[in-house]
Design a protein. Structure first.
Length: 78
């Protein structure tokens, strides 16, 4: 993300739009993955009601992608 766009609510609006679409299509939850090198994104997802799951290690691919762990996050619809 462009640094000047941070804190403007873009991520929150995008997540809200995706959630509205998922609900309209009858989905019961949303799932996304956040990488270990992006704590700001993880904090946003937690604020929006996503629950972190067990981290997934990339093993030998970590060096290729530049991060070693992805954390699945789920937001159940109540």
């Amino acid at each position: 993300m462009v640094p000047t766009a941070r804190g403007q609510g873009v991520g929150t609006r995008l997540l809200s739009a995706v959630e509205a679409l998922a609900r309209a299509r009858g989905c019961t939850c949303l799932r996304l993955d956040v990488i270990d090198t992006n704590p700001r994104a993880r904090a946003l997802y937690v604020r929006q009601g996503f629950e972190p799951q067990a981290p997934q290690r990339l093993g030998p691919f970590a060096g290729v992608f530049g991060f070693s762990t992805a954390i699945p996050m789920i937001k159940p619809f109540h």
